[in-house]
Design a protein around this ligand. Structure first.
Ligand code: ACO
Length: 330
């Protein structure tokens, strides 16, 4: 077993999912696709879509409040509030500041991190570092997305994949022996164009023509992303386990980023983890980018799939490209 001694513990989680369900059948009426194609190629059956006017900060704040109440931590005791999102409510200021205001985390410093679907794991590691350095006692880490706001609903290659939602976790400095055992991260900016929103930033400011071409929405080369994702998540998982002094056999549960069931099956195979140990909820939510892992962790904790002592491996990949893996002992 491991010789690594964690100093930061994941104390509680929460999630917030919009009520509206968009099924594959519904999508059949919107683009040329079929329930069968979507299920076979992705494993997704339905996804949640935020009601008009629902903000990333609304979903994030609700998930955060649930996590705080489960941890019995009053919001004023949060020292560090970190949000990962690819769908900020405004470019300026950060959406984490809106969440801070909504939850009343008046003593926290707040910031956004953008690492696409890997953002939650990146932020967990930042929170871990801040806490281990003594920058505070309690961190609130949130992944929140309104992906429906940046999707081209006429592009069948992308619109069937994504959904909206948020998850949150409370982390504390700890001497319990439980917590984050190891991390591994990487990025490859040479592959940035595989998944991007080409317009709307400094490089290509929004103008009428770019709006008509829908260059402000998600563009994706699905097949290339697929291959890169499997390699990145499997390799990163192996490195994180090695750093923790563990092997795939020590893993009780894998809680990966939820993008596509075929990506999960291939990743699990390369990582040496049987599919029975891989938590899957993408059939119900699709890809919620940085919200997938905290939502999945929350469901696993609620269902008792993670017990005291469980070794949990999370792995993620996303636009950037970015990727990472984290090993916890609960
Ligand atoms: N319904 C029906 N047919 C479709 C659909 C659809 N929704 N979408 C694409 N097709 C068609 C294509 O047009 C193509 O037709 P053609 O052969 O006549 O040209 C055919 O299906 C095959 O298309 P591929 O793209 O080759 O299909 P593939 O098996 O690769 O599956 C998919 C596509 C599901 C997108 C897959 O590549 C994938 O999941 N990639 C990873 C995407 C991903 O996870 N992105 C998120 C990254 S994380 C982040 O940061 C947000």
């Amino acid at each position: 077993m491991t010789s690594v001694r964690p100093s930061v513990e994941l104390v509680s989680t929460g999630r917030s999912l919009p009520d509206r369900v968009l099924t594959n059948k519904d999508l059949e009426g919107m683009v040329e696709t079929s329930d069968e194609w979507i299920r076979e190629r992705t494993g997704i059956r339905e996804r949640r879509i935020a009601a008009e006017g629902t903000l990333t900060a609304d979903l994030g704040a609700t998930a955060a409040e649930i996590a705080l109440s489960r941890a019995e931590v009053p919001p004023e005791e949060v020292d560090i509030l970190l949000l990962s999102t690819a769908t900020p409510d405004r470019w300026l200021p950060s959406t984490s500041c809106d969440i801070q205001s909504k939850v009343g985390a008046t003593n926290a410093f707040a910031s956004d991190l953008h690492a696409a679907c890997s953002g939650f794991l990146y932020n967990l590691s930042l929170a871990e570092a801040y806490l281990a350095m003594g920058r505070g006692e309690v961190a609130l880490v949130i992944g929140a997305e309104v992906m429906s706001s940046i999707i081209d609903w006429e592009d069948r290659a992308t619109c069937v994949l994504f959904g909206d939602g948020a998850g949150a976790a409370v982390l504390r400095r700890s001497d319990t022996g439980r917590g984050i055992l190891a991390n591994d991260f990487g990025s490859d900016g040479t592959l940035a164009d595989l998944l991007c929103r080409p317009a709307g930033g400094v490089q290509a400011p929004l103008d009428k023509e770019r709006l008509i071409q829908k260059d402000h929405l998600v563009h994706m080369s699905g097949r290339e992303i697929f291959k890169a994702a499997v390699r990145a998540m499997a390799d990163s998982s192996a490195r994180a386990l090695e750093k923790a002094g563990l092997t795939p056999d020590d893993v009780d549960l894998m809680v990966p980023h939820q993008a596509n069931i075929r990506i999960l099956e291939a990743t699990a195979r390369y990582a040496g983890i049987p599919m029975e140990k891989v938590y899957v909820n993408l059939d119900r939510y699709g890809n919620m980018s940085s919200a997938t892992i905290p939502v999945a962790l929350d469901e696993c904790l609620e269902q008792g799939l993670i017990k005291p002592g469980s070794v949990v491996l999370s792995a993620a990949f996303g636009a950037g490209l970015t990727w990472g893996a984290t090993v916890f002992q609960f």
